[in-house]
Design a protein around this ligand. Sequence first.
Ligand SMILES: Cc1ncc(COP(=O)(O)O)c(C=O)c1O
Length: 416
Amino acid sequence: MREDWLEQAKTKEAADPWAALPDRFVIPPHTLYFDGNSLGLMSQKSRERVEAVLDEWSTLAVLGWDRGRDPWFTRSERVADAVGTRIGARPGEVVLGASTTIMLHQLLATFYTGGHILIDSLAFPTDRYVAESFLSQRGRGLESLVVVPSGPGDLLNPEDIVRCATDDVCVAILPSVVFTSGQRLPMEELTRELRHRGVMVIWDLSHSAGLFTHQLHDENIDAAVFCTYKYLHGGPGSPGAAFVHQRHWPLNPGLKGWWGSANDQQFLMPDDFRGAADTSALQLGTPSMLALAGLQGALEAVADVPVEALWSRSHTLLRFLEQMAEEALVPLGVRCMTPKTMRGGHLAISHAEARSLSVKLRARGAISDFRYPHIIRLAPVPTTTRWHDLVALVETLEELLRAEDWMAIDDTGRVP
Ligand SMILES: Cc1ncc(COP(=O)(O)O)c(C=O)c1O
């Protein structure tokens, strides 16, 4: 290993008050894990919580819905509030449901007032599919989808977003962090500018929830959706989440389901929908206790760690990674795509042989991910990444780039 980098890693670790955080998680053996922006690693507490649900199910069966200190009936709301504490939401402003995709359908159905929907050309595919299918249900075609083009370097220019928010646009769907490049958008500023033009922004916080020091309530954000399986470590397929600022209460959900009922009305089973007073009116059907359990455990695992500390750790890890990448990888044909002044949680690098490089990295136990056509995303996660992991990752990348032993891989990812 490069001695100078290792020395730097040791010095940084010694100065890092949260260097031992990764011990609270299970790191797969012989693995350098840099894919926490796809799926966060499992916390020890998540296993305990999942096992506790199995115990409750086996001993209480249906009585679990209202027995004990943490009855299933209202558990989703308590876990949603705990999620809310990680993004600066007030109690009742966060709701959990099946997936981010479903939550986005729900928010559009609830807040759409007719008109165009604005989205960016780099949006995560599901956001665009939701917008298109939503418009088509309303009898509208693609002419109602305003797509903001990206500029040089595959980056979005916030001024272009504002410029595209013409009078016909009523809702915008925008990411806090672009999932490919790792570019961060100025949320407060864009929310203000777009609101001024009569546009409500629904933010997709999948790549920042649990990582950024969001203050959604105080920043007067209207609405957001996000995954809980990335930086919040909820586990594969853990609930999707939505935030709606309390000034929009009471809500008239566009999609209604019996779990959106006020708790004291739900089992009266009335013909008319009597919704909860807060954002939980957006719940649809029975929440999965098993899916919630992983998330609940993960939130407990970091309950004593301020989000500020995570964000600061993320930032310093990322800067160290970027510094080594610039020193060793850029001379070998790599481009660092993530803009230095607008960083999210991961470093995106691009290379002509990115797909092959990514396959070879994984074969060496370094898990990152590839995004078509030439991007590799490297996510140093503040909860689970160790300083020396970064050195090992860059050294592995450097070796593979020097070897230039590329594989022929077709566009579907298959090795012929
Ligand atoms: C930015 C973004 N939005 C939405 C999603 C999709 O979320 P889900 O599969 O939970 O609906 C993802 C998944 O990775 C994502 O990265």
